[in-house]
Design a binder for this molecule. Sequence first.
Ligand code: URA
Length: 257
Amino acid sequence: MDSQNTYWQDRAALEWQVELGVTDAILDAPLDRYDLEPAPAKPAAVAEPTAPVPRPEVDPVAVAHAAAAAASDLPALAAAMAAYEHCEIKRGARNAVFADGHPDARVMIVGEAPGREEDRAGKPFVGQAGQMLDRMLAAIDLGRAHVNRTRAVYITNVMPWRPPSNRTPDADEIAMMLPFLHRHIQLADPQIIVLMGNTPCQALLGQKGITTLRGNWTEVLGKPCLPMFHPAYLLRNTAAKREAWADLLSLNARLKT
Ligand code: URA
């Protein structure tokens, strides 16, 4: 290609670019920007060290007291418990298990905590122990869905969330849920309270040792209260059904007074 030819070709290319609006030549040589090394990342700005902000001390029991006291009915109490964030057990649970049965029942039964089935269903005592409990109640013509309201029961637990591996709630966990349980009893206002096993006795009576506590009527918040063996214990220790039957008869007799 002779130089004359190149001149006219270069000139035509330049005129074409001017026609497109090019006004300035920036570099002497063309630059393929798609072929460039990526620009090195800018160093991240180093944050100025800040003084740690002191977190206000929270008393989980005081928070529970305030939340429970503010609940004016059972649905509000259920919502307040579901919103309570200070109990670690809640983190591993699928559902908050509040209660089942008839809220106006004469008998309120308090268990320990939901197990796997209860956690799934969101209802207390629906697994094997729950079926055992239903059979025990039916033996004295009581039931959570009894057609006759005077024979209906209302069922809840100390702990509304399933503890990991079904472990027993510890003393701190029980203490933080106790204001909710007290309020639950006040709002449901049963005539009689039945405590199933050690954990509700620890929570409401401040005592453990169900073998000596069971069968002995006592009081909780001014209401007659009967500690009994937990139905799960009866499934493992069938010989203890004898005492459980005596306690059921005692409960039935009390309901007739
Ligand atoms: N055991 C309990 O104490 N409560 C339940 O809800 C289920 C099993």
